[in-house]
Write a new protein. Structure first.
Length: 299
């Protein structure tokens, strides 16, 4: 006997279970309805019905024909899927359709490399716990001293060297002094995210109790979502990476160079190394000397 937890979504008065989101993930990963049905383990007609039910509930197209042939998720479909996956993983629920699952911190460069993969952007700490529990294979972390943290709390895990990224304040208008942020509206990050910890630390340095800052509960799931919200006027500033700030035309004040490494299960070391080698670092990034090297292995 075993118990399988499930997170359900209610949209348009319709209750949607994990089968719907497994169908969307299968399409995202496989790129075709036929392969998606096989991956999800359901008949072709059942997959069509699941997608159609979800589209009626959300009132938008979630799936479309790809220009290169096959099928893909629309932008809205990808947003719906990623939101569900992040919420589910935050509760310790993984869809588990593939054999190389990411759970960890969000980064724009990492997200781009993960297209077509099963990825859960849940923050460094929750991602670390999911990998440690064997629910995911690898994940990006920025927990300060990543090496010491992994050795202390995940001695059965490996750590693969990653990169440095510039982290700072991104604002719609120039900020003369950091203390001016105390009166400005924040776009925050989710609990458990390493950037959320950095934001709380910054607010404390400004003499603002976390929770009392304007906009503190206006939360964005990813760096790009946070930057986009600021650019759209939903907040005055956030803390994000330079890459996201510049993409959305925000003013950037650097706070630190952050170490971003990859924790993984021992059996996933080789794949994690190859994944890190595939990353294309842009402005605001720098490769670490040990990038794509296994720098600790616990037993």
């Amino acid at each position: 006997m075993k118990f399988i937890p499930e997170l359900k979504v209610v949209a348009g008065g319709v209750e949607l279970g994990a089968a719907v989101f497994k169908a969307l993930l299968a399409i995202e990963v496989s790129g075709s309805f036929k392969r998606a049905a096989a991956l999800a383990g359901v008949p072709y007609a059942t997959l069509w019905n699941l997608v159609a039910r979800a589209e009626r509930a959300f009132g938008v197209k979630l799936v479309e024909a790809s220009r290169r042939g096959g099928t893909r998720l629309t932008d809205r479909g990808r947003e719906v899927l990623r939101t569900y996956m992040a919420e589910a993983a935050g509760r310790g629920i993984i869809l588990g359709l593939t054999d190389f699952i990411y759970a960890g911190s969000h980064d724009p460069v990492v997200e781009e490399a993960l297209r077509g993969h099963e990825a859960y952007f849940v923050g460094s700490m929750q991602g670390f716990l999911l990998v440690a529990a064997g629910l995911a294979h690898f994940g990006g972390v920025h927990l300060g001293d990543n090496l010491s943290f992994t050795a202390a709390y995940g001695p059965h895990l490996c750590l693969v060297g990653g990169f440095y990224r510039e982290i700072g304040v991104a604002a719609r208008r120039p900020v003369g002094r950091l203390r001016d942020l105390a009166e400005m509206r924040l776009v925050n990050r989710p609990p458990g995210a390493g950037t959320r910890v950095r934001i709380d630390r910054l607010l404390e340095e400004l003499g603002v109790p976390p929770g009392e800052a304007p906009g503190y509960f206006n939360v964005a799931r990813t760096h790009e979502e946070a930057a986009a919200k600021v650019a759209a006027g939903e907040g005055d500033y956030t803390v994000t990476c330079r890459y996201a700030a510049e993409k959305y035309g925000l003013h950037f004040i650097k706070l630190a160079d952050e170490e971003f490494d990859f924790v993984c299960r021992p059996e996933a070391c080789r794949k994690t190394v190859e994944f890190v080698k595939s990353l294309r670092l842009g402005p605001g990034y720098a490769a670490k000397k040990n990038m794509a090297e296994i720098i600790c292995r616990g037993r």
